[in-house]
Ligand binder design. Sequence first.
Ligand code: A3P
Length: 305
Amino acid sequence: PRVKSWDFPYLYQYQGFWYATKYLHGIISFQKHFQAKDTDIILATFPKSGTIWLKTLTFNIVNRSRYTSENTPLLTKSPHDLVPFLDIHIYGRNQSSTLEDLPTPRTLATHLPYSSLPPSIISSNCRIVYLCRNPLDQFISYWHFAPKIRNQAIMEPISIDEAFEMLCQGVQCFGPIWDHMLGYWKASLEKPDKILFLKYEDLQEDIISCLKKLADFLGYPFTDEEEIRGVIEEISKFSSFDNMKNLELNQFGTLASSGIENKMFFRKGKVGDWTNYLSPSMSKRLEKVMAEKLGQSPGLMTFKF
Ligand code: A3P
């Protein structure tokens, strides 16, 4: 089945999730051909959940013996180019040969739901980190981002109420968002050594604890000596919204992979910005839908509506 959408002209349903036509080739090729290595790190997110933040934090943790904030490649390359998306970039642009040249551990990303991941990601010992975000904030972030990537010439304008209605029906590229979260949530409970489930709101509240948790999980724990030297604080500061947004690269650069302006990935970086755009009755409506879908998982259903 296919539906008309507001972010892309049409979305197609594939394996229970909605996708823009232009992504399907890359997704299917990724599913068919990707061979995970035990050392791989896969960062999985729903779009606009803070993917670029997770990429920055992970890159900094894993490469901290090679680089500091003074000489990190993150000063000259976007996190999206250093930690590429397997589905929409690598396989979507027939660049799978570049996977062989990546240093170990390969740090890679995907927006695919857990149930659609390639078999070798599930069967290998690679690790998966999932970052989720309050769907109301995700929606507002996407509401601002989508018009910049969609083909304005062929698409009609849409009201925020209509777009919100589609969200409540689960119709969004890579959605339904609740099924996306739930798949990784359940898998993280079943396989805690393989899948780490993080929340954007927790990162905002206590980045230091989250950094330690992430480093432990990835097998790169901070040593006592590093703690004394303030390495965790340095990573947290470098990766912060204000620092990343203000880097010259992110003010003026474009993505090597797609040509999109880097500055589009840094808007406000706040929790609760949805209150500036959505009415209380809209938030109640989504809360009801989410409660129905995630009611059995109270640990996941912690978002403020
Ligand atoms: P907002 O539009 O609400 O500001 P993604 O990387 O998945 O596309 O998500 C982008 C969202 O994460 C945007 O949200 C962006 O501002 C926010 N973001 C980017 N870098 C961040 C950082 N270092 N800290 C906090 N939020 C960040």
